[in-house]
Design a protein around this ligand. Sequence first.
Ligand SMILES: [Cu+2]
Length: 144
Amino acid sequence: MMRVLYSSGLIALAALCGACSDKPAPILSASDAWIREAPPGATAHAGYVTLHNNGRQDLVCDRVDGPDFGAAELHRSVSEGGVMRMLRDQRIELAAGAVAELKPGSYHIMLFRAQRELHSGDHSELTIYCGDQKVTASFEVRPT
Ligand SMILES: [Cu+2]
């Protein structure tokens, strides 16, 4: 009986590690990266992503760039008396082990001066810088 339990444990471990190759997990990682499709002719876009701090040190994200945009800023939407406003925070705190969800109505990446038209289904690479860490993600353009 012990032997059966032991070997099934080994199989579970092997399955877990099959996805992670021999590289150590990155300290900073990104998931669910997307850009909201903008009306034709618009050159400003909003980008969203979930950032994961897998490390043991707090990080502060304060810069974004990518080849498809002339400028990028970190913004936060807030509701004041029922009116939505955007603050140019340019700063997202990401504590050790924490996850920051950039999403509509909250933190977002404001993208200016698009260098090409981005349509639903296109992808655009953006790099987010958090202290001495950075992560590059492929952002998928999605319809509004
Ligand atoms: Cu904004």
